[in-house]
Design a protein around this ligand. Sequence first.
Ligand SMILES: Cc1cc2nc3c(=O)[nH]c(=O)nc-3n(C[C@H](O)[C@H](O)[C@H](O)COP(=O)(O)OP(=O)(O)OC[C@H]3O[C@@H](n4cnc5c(N)ncnc54)[C@H](O)[C@@H]3O)c2cc1C
Length: 490
Amino acid sequence: MTGTGERHAVVVGGSLAGMLTALVLSAHARVTVVERDRLDDPAGAGPRPGIPQARHTHVFVEGGQLALESLLPGILGELSARGALPVGMPYDMVQHQSGRWYERFAASTRLLSCTRALLDTVVRERVLAEGGVELLAGTEVTGLVGDAERVRGVRVRKRGAAEDPYEIEADLVVDASGRSTRVPTWLGEIGAEAPDQETIDTGQGYATQLYRPRPDAEDTGYHCLYFLPDTEQPLTGVVLRVEGGLWVASLSGPRGSEAPTDPAAFLDFARRFPHPYLREWLSTMEPLGSVHSNRSTANIRRYYERPGRRPAGLLAIGDALCAFNPIYGQGMTVAAQQAVALRKVLGAAGTGGRGAGGAVTGGRGDAAPGGRRFGRGGRRTRDVQRVLAGVTETAWAISAGADRAIPGVESTGPGPNALDRLTGRYLRRVAAIVPGDPGAGRHYRSVLSLTAPPARLLHPRVALPALFRAPRATPGEPPLVVEGWRGGEG
Ligand SMILES: Cc1cc2nc3c(=O)[nH]c(=O)nc-3n(C[C@H](O)[C@H](O)[C@H](O)COP(=O)(O)OP(=O)(O)OC[C@H]3O[C@@H](n4cnc5c(N)ncnc54)[C@H](O)[C@@H]3O)c2cc1C
Protein backbone atom coordinates (compact mmCIF):
# COMPACT_ATOMS: atom_id res chain seq x y z
CA MET A 1 0.00 0.00 0.00
CA THR A 2 1.14 3.52 -0.65
CA GLY A 3 1.28 6.19 2.04
CA THR A 4 -2.32 7.26 1.42
CA GLY A 5 -3.65 3.78 2.13
CA GLU A 6 -4.86 3.44 -1.43
CA ARG A 7 -3.47 0.58 -3.48
CA HIS A 8 -1.38 1.66 -6.43
CA ALA A 9 -0.36 -0.22 -9.57
CA VAL A 10 2.18 1.02 -12.11
CA VAL A 11 2.05 -0.24 -15.69
CA VAL A 12 5.25 0.19 -17.72
CA GLY A 13 4.27 1.02 -21.31
CA GLY A 14 1.10 2.61 -22.65
CA SER A 15 0.54 0.64 -25.83
CA LEU A 16 -2.19 -1.95 -26.33
CA ALA A 17 -1.23 -4.41 -23.58
CA GLY A 18 -0.46 -1.60 -21.14
CA MET A 19 -3.70 0.32 -21.58
CA LEU A 20 -5.90 -2.77 -21.43
CA THR A 21 -4.06 -4.01 -18.32
CA ALA A 22 -4.50 -0.59 -16.72
CA LEU A 23 -8.23 -0.74 -17.45
CA VAL A 24 -8.53 -4.11 -15.71
CA LEU A 25 -6.44 -3.07 -12.71
CA SER A 26 -8.38 0.18 -12.30
CA ALA A 27 -11.31 -1.85 -10.95
CA HIS A 28 -9.12 -2.66 -7.95
CA ALA A 29 -6.51 0.04 -7.52
CA ARG A 30 -5.33 3.47 -8.57
CA VAL A 31 -3.29 2.93 -11.73
CA THR A 32 -0.47 4.91 -13.30
CA VAL A 33 0.67 4.06 -16.81
CA VAL A 34 4.21 5.25 -17.47
CA GLU A 35 4.87 5.69 -21.20
CA ARG A 36 8.20 6.75 -22.66
CA ASP A 37 6.72 8.40 -25.75
CA ARG A 38 5.19 11.85 -25.51
CA LEU A 39 1.86 11.07 -27.24
CA ASP A 40 1.31 14.78 -27.91
CA ASP A 41 0.93 14.56 -31.67
CA PRO A 42 -1.64 17.29 -32.35
CA ALA A 43 -3.74 14.82 -34.33
CA GLY A 44 -3.63 12.57 -31.30
CA ALA A 45 -2.32 9.69 -33.37
CA GLY A 46 0.37 8.86 -35.89
CA PRO A 47 3.33 6.52 -35.71
CA ARG A 48 5.54 7.02 -32.66
CA PRO A 49 9.06 5.82 -31.82
CA GLY A 50 8.01 3.43 -29.02
CA ILE A 51 6.03 1.19 -31.37
CA PRO A 52 7.95 1.21 -34.67
CA GLN A 53 5.95 -1.81 -35.78
CA ALA A 54 2.85 0.42 -35.99
CA ARG A 55 3.78 1.42 -39.55
CA HIS A 56 3.35 -2.17 -40.72
CA THR A 57 0.15 -4.03 -41.53
CA HIS A 58 -1.66 -5.02 -38.35
CA VAL A 59 -4.61 -7.37 -38.65
CA PHE A 60 -6.76 -7.85 -35.58
CA VAL A 61 -8.21 -11.36 -35.69
CA GLU A 62 -11.57 -12.34 -34.26
CA GLY A 63 -10.31 -13.67 -30.92
CA GLY A 64 -8.81 -10.26 -30.20
CA GLN A 65 -11.90 -8.38 -31.30
CA LEU A 66 -14.08 -10.43 -28.95
CA ALA A 67 -11.68 -9.80 -26.07
CA LEU A 68 -11.48 -6.07 -26.78
CA GLU A 69 -15.25 -5.71 -27.00
CA SER A 70 -15.70 -7.55 -23.70
CA LEU A 71 -13.26 -5.14 -22.02
CA LEU A 72 -14.61 -1.99 -23.66
CA PRO A 73 -18.19 -2.62 -24.83
CA GLY A 74 -19.06 -0.74 -28.00
CA ILE A 75 -15.44 -0.18 -29.06
CA LEU A 76 -15.71 -2.20 -32.28
CA GLY A 77 -18.61 0.01 -33.37
CA GLU A 78 -16.57 3.08 -32.51
CA LEU A 79 -13.60 1.81 -34.51
CA SER A 80 -15.87 1.10 -37.48
CA ALA A 81 -17.38 4.58 -37.20
CA ARG A 82 -13.83 5.96 -37.40
CA GLY A 83 -12.99 4.00 -40.51
CA ALA A 84 -11.84 0.52 -39.43
CA LEU A 85 -13.06 -2.16 -41.85
CA PRO A 86 -14.29 -5.68 -41.24
CA VAL A 87 -12.51 -7.95 -43.71
CA GLY A 88 -14.44 -11.17 -44.29
CA MET A 89 -12.23 -14.26 -44.60
CA PRO A 90 -12.06 -15.50 -47.29
CA TYR A 91 -14.84 -13.44 -48.94
CA ASP A 92 -13.06 -10.06 -48.98
CA MET A 93 -9.61 -11.46 -49.67
CA VAL A 94 -7.63 -12.47 -52.71
CA GLN A 95 -5.26 -15.12 -51.34
CA HIS A 96 -2.53 -17.21 -52.90
CA GLN A 97 -0.63 -20.13 -51.44
CA SER A 98 1.34 -23.04 -52.90
CA GLY A 99 0.44 -22.18 -56.47
CA ARG A 100 -3.32 -21.96 -55.73
CA TRP A 101 -5.76 -19.08 -55.41
CA TYR A 102 -8.36 -19.40 -52.65
CA GLU A 103 -12.06 -19.54 -53.52
CA ARG A 104 -13.83 -16.50 -52.06
CA PHE A 105 -16.50 -18.34 -50.07
CA ALA A 106 -18.88 -16.61 -47.65
CA ALA A 107 -16.91 -15.29 -44.70
CA SER A 108 -16.61 -17.51 -41.62
CA THR A 109 -14.62 -14.94 -39.61
CA ARG A 110 -13.59 -11.33 -40.01
CA LEU A 111 -10.37 -9.43 -39.50
CA LEU A 112 -10.56 -5.87 -38.30
CA SER A 113 -8.39 -3.67 -40.47
CA CYS A 114 -7.14 -0.22 -39.52
CA THR A 115 -3.85 1.44 -38.74
CA ARG A 116 -2.28 0.83 -35.33
CA ALA A 117 -2.48 4.58 -34.80
CA LEU A 118 -6.28 4.48 -34.99
CA LEU A 119 -6.62 1.37 -32.84
CA ASP A 120 -4.26 2.67 -30.15
CA THR A 121 -5.87 6.11 -30.08
CA VAL A 122 -9.38 4.76 -29.65
CA VAL A 123 -8.29 2.26 -26.98
CA ARG A 124 -6.36 4.95 -25.09
CA GLU A 125 -9.24 7.42 -25.24
CA ARG A 126 -11.72 4.83 -24.01
CA VAL A 127 -9.52 3.60 -21.15
CA LEU A 128 -8.75 7.12 -19.93
CA ALA A 129 -12.43 8.06 -20.17
CA GLU A 130 -13.32 5.20 -17.80
CA GLY A 131 -11.41 6.98 -15.01
CA GLY A 132 -8.99 5.52 -12.47
CA VAL A 133 -6.02 5.49 -14.83
CA GLU A 134 -3.41 8.24 -14.98
CA LEU A 135 -1.12 8.34 -18.01
CA LEU A 136 2.38 9.72 -17.43
CA ALA A 137 3.52 10.19 -21.02
CA GLY A 138 7.03 11.31 -21.98
CA THR A 139 8.34 9.47 -18.92
CA GLU A 140 10.72 6.55 -19.02
CA VAL A 141 11.00 3.79 -16.47
CA THR A 142 14.71 3.19 -15.83
CA GLY A 143 14.62 0.49 -13.16
CA LEU A 144 12.75 -1.35 -10.44
CA VAL A 145 12.65 -0.35 -6.78
CA GLY A 146 12.70 -3.24 -4.31
CA ASP A 147 14.59 -6.44 -3.76
CA ALA A 148 14.42 -10.11 -4.66
CA GLU A 149 11.50 -10.54 -2.25
CA ARG A 150 9.26 -7.77 -3.45
CA VAL A 151 9.03 -4.94 -5.99
CA ARG A 152 7.99 -1.67 -4.36
CA GLY A 153 7.89 0.64 -7.33
CA VAL A 154 9.82 1.96 -10.31
CA ARG A 155 12.50 4.54 -11.01
CA VAL A 156 11.56 7.03 -13.71
CA ARG A 157 12.88 10.08 -15.48
CA LYS A 158 10.99 12.71 -17.41
CA ARG A 159 12.31 12.74 -20.96
CA GLY A 160 13.92 15.96 -22.16
CA ALA A 161 13.54 17.64 -18.76
CA ALA A 162 16.26 18.80 -16.39
CA GLU A 163 14.46 17.21 -13.42
CA ASP A 164 16.28 14.50 -11.48
CA PRO A 165 15.08 10.92 -11.79
CA TYR A 166 12.57 9.98 -9.10
CA GLU A 167 10.77 6.94 -7.73
CA ILE A 168 7.09 6.00 -7.93
CA GLU A 169 5.91 3.74 -5.15
CA ALA A 170 3.67 0.86 -6.18
CA ASP A 171 2.16 -2.29 -4.74
CA LEU A 172 2.18 -3.91 -8.17
CA VAL A 173 4.33 -3.22 -11.24
CA VAL A 174 3.26 -4.66 -14.59
CA ASP A 175 5.74 -4.88 -17.44
CA ALA A 176 3.94 -4.03 -20.68
CA SER A 177 6.98 -2.47 -22.32
CA GLY A 178 7.01 -4.77 -25.33
CA ARG A 179 9.40 -7.27 -26.86
CA SER A 180 12.52 -5.18 -26.03
CA THR A 181 11.68 -5.01 -22.33
CA ARG A 182 14.59 -4.31 -19.98
CA VAL A 183 12.85 -5.75 -16.93
CA PRO A 184 14.90 -9.01 -17.02
CA THR A 185 18.06 -6.86 -16.66
CA TRP A 186 16.48 -4.71 -13.95
CA LEU A 187 15.64 -7.85 -11.98
CA GLY A 188 19.37 -8.58 -11.80
CA GLU A 189 19.97 -5.06 -10.47
CA ILE A 190 17.73 -5.71 -7.45
CA GLY A 191 19.30 -9.11 -6.73
CA ALA A 192 16.59 -11.23 -8.37
CA GLU A 193 16.79 -13.67 -11.28
CA ALA A 194 15.76 -12.98 -14.85
CA PRO A 195 13.27 -15.50 -16.26
CA ASP A 196 14.38 -18.23 -18.65
CA GLN A 197 13.97 -16.99 -22.20
CA GLU A 198 13.37 -18.92 -25.42
CA THR A 199 13.99 -17.24 -28.77
CA ILE A 200 13.08 -18.64 -32.17
CA ASP A 201 14.20 -16.22 -34.84
CA THR A 202 13.62 -16.75 -38.56
CA GLY A 203 15.10 -13.31 -39.24
CA GLN A 204 11.83 -12.24 -40.88
CA GLY A 205 12.47 -8.80 -42.40
CA TYR A 206 9.48 -6.56 -43.12
CA ALA A 207 9.26 -3.61 -45.48
CA THR A 208 6.08 -1.56 -45.65
CA GLN A 209 4.73 1.19 -47.87
CA LEU A 210 1.55 3.23 -47.46
CA TYR A 211 -0.46 3.80 -50.65
CA ARG A 212 -3.29 5.92 -51.98
CA PRO A 213 -5.25 4.85 -55.07
CA ARG A 214 -4.62 7.13 -58.05
CA PRO A 215 -7.58 9.45 -58.73
CA ASP A 216 -8.65 7.53 -61.84
CA ALA A 217 -8.30 4.08 -60.21
CA GLU A 218 -11.29 1.78 -60.15
CA ASP A 219 -12.14 0.32 -56.77
CA THR A 220 -10.74 -3.15 -56.16
CA GLY A 221 -13.28 -5.86 -55.52
CA TYR A 222 -11.61 -6.90 -52.25
CA HIS A 223 -10.09 -5.51 -49.06
CA CYS A 224 -6.99 -7.65 -48.79
CA LEU A 225 -4.47 -9.26 -51.10
CA TYR A 226 -2.47 -11.95 -49.31
CA PHE A 227 0.42 -14.13 -50.51
CA LEU A 228 1.15 -16.83 -47.95
CA PRO A 229 4.50 -18.59 -47.65
CA ASP A 230 5.01 -22.36 -47.81
CA THR A 231 7.96 -24.74 -47.69
CA GLU A 232 8.99 -23.87 -51.27
CA GLN A 233 8.13 -20.17 -51.27
CA PRO A 234 9.33 -18.22 -48.19
CA LEU A 235 7.89 -14.75 -48.95
CA THR A 236 4.81 -13.17 -47.37
CA GLY A 237 2.91 -10.26 -48.89
CA VAL A 238 -0.07 -8.50 -47.31
CA VAL A 239 -1.86 -5.60 -48.94
CA LEU A 240 -4.61 -4.28 -46.71
CA ARG A 241 -7.21 -1.55 -47.03
CA VAL A 242 -7.30 0.70 -43.95
CA GLU A 243 -9.25 3.78 -42.88
CA GLY A 244 -9.27 6.93 -44.99
CA GLY A 245 -9.27 5.09 -48.33
CA LEU A 246 -5.58 4.16 -47.85
CA TRP A 247 -3.82 0.86 -48.27
CA VAL A 248 -0.80 -0.59 -46.47
CA ALA A 249 1.47 -3.13 -48.18
CA SER A 250 3.89 -5.19 -46.08
CA LEU A 251 6.29 -7.55 -47.85
CA SER A 252 8.57 -9.81 -45.86
CA GLY A 253 10.84 -12.80 -46.00
CA PRO A 254 13.04 -14.79 -43.62
CA ARG A 255 16.80 -14.29 -43.19
CA GLY A 256 18.45 -13.97 -46.58
CA SER A 257 15.15 -12.97 -48.24
CA GLU A 258 14.30 -9.84 -46.21
CA ALA A 259 12.26 -7.20 -48.02
CA PRO A 260 14.27 -4.07 -48.94
CA THR A 261 13.39 -0.43 -48.17
CA ASP A 262 14.72 1.28 -51.30
CA PRO A 263 11.50 2.11 -53.24
CA ALA A 264 12.71 0.64 -56.54
CA ALA A 265 14.11 -2.46 -54.82
CA PHE A 266 10.80 -2.82 -52.93
CA LEU A 267 8.92 -3.00 -56.23
CA ASP A 268 11.52 -5.37 -57.63
CA PHE A 269 11.14 -7.60 -54.58
CA ALA A 270 7.44 -7.93 -55.44
CA ARG A 271 8.55 -9.64 -58.69
CA ARG A 272 9.88 -12.53 -56.61
CA PHE A 273 6.36 -13.51 -55.54
CA PRO A 274 4.88 -16.47 -57.41
CA HIS A 275 2.40 -14.39 -59.45
CA PRO A 276 2.86 -11.01 -61.19
CA TYR A 277 -0.39 -9.62 -59.78
CA LEU A 278 1.26 -8.29 -56.60
CA ARG A 279 3.84 -6.26 -58.55
CA GLU A 280 1.11 -4.98 -60.89
CA TRP A 281 -1.04 -3.93 -57.94
CA LEU A 282 1.79 -1.99 -56.29
CA SER A 283 2.68 -0.15 -59.48
CA THR A 284 -0.90 1.06 -60.03
CA MET A 285 -1.01 2.79 -56.62
CA GLU A 286 0.49 6.08 -55.47
CA PRO A 287 3.11 5.52 -52.72
CA LEU A 288 2.95 7.90 -49.73
CA GLY A 289 6.13 8.61 -47.75
CA SER A 290 9.00 6.18 -47.61
CA VAL A 291 9.30 2.42 -47.22
CA HIS A 292 9.82 1.42 -43.57
CA SER A 293 11.52 -1.72 -42.34
CA ASN A 294 11.20 -3.87 -39.22
CA ARG A 295 13.47 -6.73 -38.28
CA SER A 296 12.32 -7.25 -34.67
CA THR A 297 10.23 -10.27 -35.45
CA ALA A 298 11.64 -13.16 -33.38
CA ASN A 299 9.35 -15.34 -31.28
CA ILE A 300 10.45 -14.57 -27.72
CA ARG A 301 8.97 -16.27 -24.67
CA ARG A 302 9.94 -15.34 -21.12
CA TYR A 303 9.07 -18.03 -18.58
CA TYR A 304 8.22 -15.91 -15.51
CA GLU A 305 5.90 -18.64 -14.28
CA ARG A 306 8.83 -21.05 -13.78
CA PRO A 307 10.57 -21.28 -10.40
CA GLY A 308 13.26 -18.70 -9.72
CA ARG A 309 14.26 -16.03 -7.25
CA ARG A 310 11.82 -13.38 -8.42
CA PRO A 311 9.95 -10.81 -6.38
CA ALA A 312 6.27 -10.58 -5.56
CA GLY A 313 4.44 -7.62 -7.02
CA LEU A 314 5.76 -7.93 -10.58
CA LEU A 315 3.88 -9.24 -13.61
CA ALA A 316 4.71 -9.31 -17.31
CA ILE A 317 2.08 -9.12 -20.04
CA GLY A 318 1.78 -8.66 -23.81
CA ASP A 319 4.94 -8.80 -25.92
CA ALA A 320 7.08 -8.38 -22.78
CA LEU A 321 5.88 -11.83 -21.76
CA CYS A 322 5.60 -13.50 -25.15
CA ALA A 323 6.17 -11.99 -28.59
CA PHE A 324 5.43 -13.76 -31.85
CA ASN A 325 6.66 -13.69 -35.42
CA PRO A 326 4.18 -11.10 -36.75
CA ILE A 327 3.43 -12.92 -40.00
CA TYR A 328 0.91 -14.96 -37.96
CA GLY A 329 -0.94 -11.78 -36.82
CA GLN A 330 -1.39 -12.77 -33.17
CA GLY A 331 0.32 -10.32 -30.79
CA MET A 332 -2.49 -7.80 -30.30
CA THR A 333 -5.05 -10.56 -29.88
CA VAL A 334 -3.02 -12.35 -27.24
CA ALA A 335 -2.51 -9.03 -25.40
CA ALA A 336 -6.28 -8.43 -25.33
CA GLN A 337 -7.01 -12.03 -24.30
CA GLN A 338 -4.47 -11.74 -21.48
CA ALA A 339 -6.23 -8.64 -20.17
CA VAL A 340 -9.51 -10.60 -20.13
CA ALA A 341 -7.78 -13.45 -18.29
CA LEU A 342 -6.30 -10.98 -15.78
CA ARG A 343 -9.77 -9.57 -15.13
CA LYS A 344 -11.06 -13.06 -14.47
CA VAL A 345 -8.25 -14.14 -12.16
CA LEU A 346 -8.48 -10.95 -10.13
CA GLY A 347 -12.22 -11.27 -9.70
CA ALA A 348 -14.97 -9.71 -11.80
CA ALA A 349 -13.83 -6.24 -12.71
CA GLY A 350 -16.34 -3.51 -12.28
CA THR A 351 -18.55 -5.48 -9.93
CA GLY A 352 -17.38 -3.78 -6.80
CA GLY A 353 -15.81 -0.63 -8.12
CA ARG A 354 -12.32 0.64 -7.58
CA GLY A 355 -10.68 -0.64 -4.44
CA ALA A 356 -13.51 -3.01 -3.68
CA GLY A 357 -12.63 -6.37 -2.28
CA GLY A 358 -9.05 -5.63 -1.28
CA ALA A 359 -5.80 -5.56 -3.19
CA VAL A 360 -4.86 -6.53 -6.66
CA THR A 361 -1.32 -5.90 -5.78
CA GLY A 362 1.76 -7.72 -4.73
CA GLY A 363 2.13 -6.76 -1.11
CA ARG A 364 3.12 -9.56 1.22
CA GLY A 365 -0.03 -11.12 2.60
CA ASP A 366 -2.42 -8.66 0.93
CA ALA A 367 -5.82 -10.09 0.14
CA ALA A 368 -6.81 -9.60 -3.47
CA PRO A 369 -10.38 -9.54 -4.76
CA GLY A 370 -11.96 -12.92 -4.60
CA GLY A 371 -9.91 -13.76 -1.52
CA ARG A 372 -6.67 -14.38 -3.45
CA ARG A 373 -3.46 -13.41 -1.83
CA PHE A 374 -0.38 -12.05 -3.47
CA GLY A 375 3.08 -11.88 -2.04
CA ARG A 376 4.88 -14.58 -0.04
CA GLY A 377 8.06 -14.41 -2.07
CA GLY A 378 6.18 -14.10 -5.31
CA ARG A 379 4.16 -17.31 -5.05
CA ARG A 380 0.78 -15.71 -5.67
CA THR A 381 2.15 -13.33 -8.26
CA ARG A 382 3.47 -16.41 -10.01
CA ASP A 383 -0.01 -17.97 -10.01
CA VAL A 384 -1.35 -14.97 -11.89
CA GLN A 385 1.66 -15.05 -14.17
CA ARG A 386 0.92 -18.70 -14.91
CA VAL A 387 -2.60 -17.78 -16.04
CA LEU A 388 -1.24 -15.06 -18.34
CA ALA A 389 1.32 -17.49 -19.77
CA GLY A 390 -1.46 -20.01 -20.41
CA VAL A 391 -3.17 -17.51 -22.71
CA THR A 392 -0.13 -17.49 -24.99
CA GLU A 393 -0.06 -21.28 -25.55
CA THR A 394 -2.12 -21.59 -28.76
CA ALA A 395 -0.46 -18.65 -30.46
CA TRP A 396 2.97 -19.92 -29.40
CA ALA A 397 2.17 -23.40 -30.70
CA ILE A 398 1.22 -21.89 -34.07
CA SER A 399 4.12 -19.51 -34.58
CA ALA A 400 6.94 -21.26 -32.73
CA GLY A 401 5.81 -24.63 -34.09
CA ALA A 402 5.91 -23.41 -37.69
CA ASP A 403 9.09 -21.36 -37.31
CA ARG A 404 11.19 -24.09 -35.71
CA ALA A 405 11.08 -25.86 -39.07
CA ILE A 406 12.09 -22.84 -41.20
CA PRO A 407 15.54 -23.30 -42.79
CA GLY A 408 18.12 -20.98 -41.22
CA VAL A 409 16.11 -20.37 -38.03
CA GLU A 410 18.19 -19.37 -34.99
CA SER A 411 16.73 -20.88 -31.86
CA THR A 412 17.71 -21.15 -28.21
CA GLY A 413 15.19 -23.93 -27.57
CA PRO A 414 14.94 -27.50 -28.82
CA GLY A 415 14.65 -28.08 -32.58
CA PRO A 416 11.64 -29.85 -34.12
CA ASN A 417 11.12 -33.42 -32.86
CA ALA A 418 9.41 -36.34 -34.61
CA LEU A 419 5.97 -35.18 -33.44
CA ASP A 420 6.62 -31.63 -34.73
CA ARG A 421 7.62 -33.04 -38.12
CA LEU A 422 4.47 -35.17 -38.28
CA THR A 423 2.34 -32.17 -37.27
CA GLY A 424 4.08 -30.09 -39.92
CA ARG A 425 3.25 -32.68 -42.60
CA TYR A 426 -0.39 -32.81 -41.49
CA LEU A 427 -0.67 -29.01 -41.46
CA ARG A 428 0.66 -28.88 -45.02
CA ARG A 429 -2.10 -31.30 -46.06
CA VAL A 430 -4.66 -29.08 -44.31
CA ALA A 431 -3.29 -25.94 -45.97
CA ALA A 432 -3.59 -27.68 -49.35
CA ILE A 433 -7.33 -28.39 -49.02
CA VAL A 434 -8.41 -25.14 -47.36
CA PRO A 435 -8.35 -22.92 -50.50
CA GLY A 436 -11.13 -25.01 -52.09
CA ASP A 437 -13.04 -26.35 -49.06
CA PRO A 438 -15.31 -23.96 -47.13
CA GLY A 439 -16.05 -26.41 -44.30
CA ALA A 440 -12.42 -27.24 -43.56
CA GLY A 441 -11.51 -23.58 -44.06
CA ARG A 442 -13.98 -22.51 -41.38
CA HIS A 443 -12.26 -24.66 -38.74
CA TYR A 444 -8.79 -23.73 -39.96
CA ARG A 445 -9.54 -20.01 -39.77
CA SER A 446 -11.09 -20.35 -36.30
CA VAL A 447 -7.75 -21.68 -35.01
CA LEU A 448 -5.75 -18.95 -36.76
CA SER A 449 -8.21 -16.34 -35.41
CA LEU A 450 -7.55 -17.65 -31.88
CA THR A 451 -11.20 -18.47 -31.26
CA ALA A 452 -10.64 -22.26 -31.25
CA PRO A 453 -7.82 -24.49 -29.94
CA PRO A 454 -5.41 -26.22 -32.36
CA ALA A 455 -7.21 -29.53 -31.67
CA ARG A 456 -10.01 -28.17 -33.88
CA LEU A 457 -7.78 -29.09 -36.84
CA LEU A 458 -8.46 -32.74 -36.03
CA HIS A 459 -12.21 -32.25 -36.62
CA PRO A 460 -13.40 -34.84 -39.17
CA ARG A 461 -14.49 -32.00 -41.46
CA VAL A 462 -10.79 -31.10 -41.69
CA ALA A 463 -9.01 -34.41 -41.11
CA LEU A 464 -10.93 -36.52 -43.63
CA PRO A 465 -10.38 -34.34 -46.70
CA ALA A 466 -6.84 -33.50 -45.58
CA LEU A 467 -5.84 -37.15 -45.26
CA PHE A 468 -7.95 -38.88 -47.88
CA ARG A 469 -9.05 -36.49 -50.62
CA ALA A 470 -7.25 -34.63 -53.35
CA PRO A 471 -7.58 -30.84 -53.03
CA ARG A 472 -10.56 -29.45 -54.97
CA ALA A 473 -9.97 -27.29 -58.03
CA THR A 474 -9.49 -23.59 -57.27
CA PRO A 475 -9.43 -20.48 -59.51
CA GLY A 476 -6.64 -20.44 -62.09
CA GLU A 477 -6.27 -16.67 -61.92
CA PRO A 478 -6.63 -14.16 -59.05
CA PRO A 479 -10.36 -14.10 -58.13
CA LEU A 480 -10.59 -10.32 -58.26
CA VAL A 481 -14.33 -10.18 -58.79
CA VAL A 482 -17.17 -11.66 -56.78
CA GLU A 483 -20.52 -10.90 -58.30
CA GLY A 484 -22.44 -8.32 -56.27
CA TRP A 485 -19.44 -7.86 -53.93
CA ARG A 486 -20.07 -5.60 -50.99
CA GLY A 487 -17.04 -5.54 -48.74
CA GLY A 488 -17.43 -6.97 -45.25
CA GLU A 489 -20.89 -8.36 -45.93
CA GLY A 490 -20.20 -11.75 -47.40
C1 LIG B 1 6.22 -5.80 -38.05
C2 LIG B 1 5.15 -6.20 -37.07
C3 LIG B 1 3.86 -6.46 -37.53
C4 LIG B 1 2.89 -6.87 -36.61
N1 LIG B 1 1.65 -7.21 -37.09
C5 LIG B 1 0.72 -7.67 -36.23
C6 LIG B 1 -0.57 -8.07 -36.71
O1 LIG B 1 -0.85 -8.05 -37.90
N2 LIG B 1 -1.48 -8.48 -35.78
C7 LIG B 1 -1.20 -8.55 -34.45
O2 LIG B 1 -2.07 -8.93 -33.66
N3 LIG B 1 0.01 -8.19 -33.97
C8 LIG B 1 0.98 -7.77 -34.82
N4 LIG B 1 2.21 -7.41 -34.33
C9 LIG B 1 2.46 -7.50 -32.87
C10 LIG B 1 1.94 -6.26 -32.14
O3 LIG B 1 2.57 -5.11 -32.66
C11 LIG B 1 2.18 -6.36 -30.61
O4 LIG B 1 1.84 -7.64 -30.18
C12 LIG B 1 1.32 -5.32 -29.89
O5 LIG B 1 1.82 -4.05 -30.13
C13 LIG B 1 1.15 -5.49 -28.38
O6 LIG B 1 2.33 -5.19 -27.78
P1 LIG B 1 2.55 -4.53 -26.34
O7 LIG B 1 1.52 -3.55 -25.94
O8 LIG B 1 2.84 -5.68 -25.46
O9 LIG B 1 3.94 -3.80 -26.65
P2 LIG B 1 4.23 -2.61 -27.66
O10 LIG B 1 3.09 -2.34 -28.55
O11 LIG B 1 5.54 -2.90 -28.28
O12 LIG B 1 4.35 -1.36 -26.69
C14 LIG B 1 5.35 -1.21 -25.71
C15 LIG B 1 5.18 0.19 -25.12
O13 LIG B 1 6.06 0.35 -24.01
C16 LIG B 1 6.70 1.61 -24.10
N5 LIG B 1 7.97 1.49 -23.38
C17 LIG B 1 9.02 0.68 -23.69
N6 LIG B 1 10.00 0.81 -22.77
C18 LIG B 1 9.55 1.70 -21.85
C19 LIG B 1 10.11 2.25 -20.66
N7 LIG B 1 11.33 1.89 -20.23
N8 LIG B 1 9.39 3.17 -19.97
C20 LIG B 1 8.16 3.55 -20.40
N9 LIG B 1 7.59 3.07 -21.53
C21 LIG B 1 8.27 2.15 -22.23
C22 LIG B 1 6.85 1.84 -25.61
O14 LIG B 1 7.04 3.21 -25.91
C23 LIG B 1 5.50 1.30 -26.11
O15 LIG B 1 4.50 2.27 -26.06
C24 LIG B 1 3.20 -7.00 -35.23
C25 LIG B 1 4.50 -6.73 -34.78
C26 LIG B 1 5.47 -6.37 -35.70
C27 LIG B 1 6.89 -6.15 -35.19
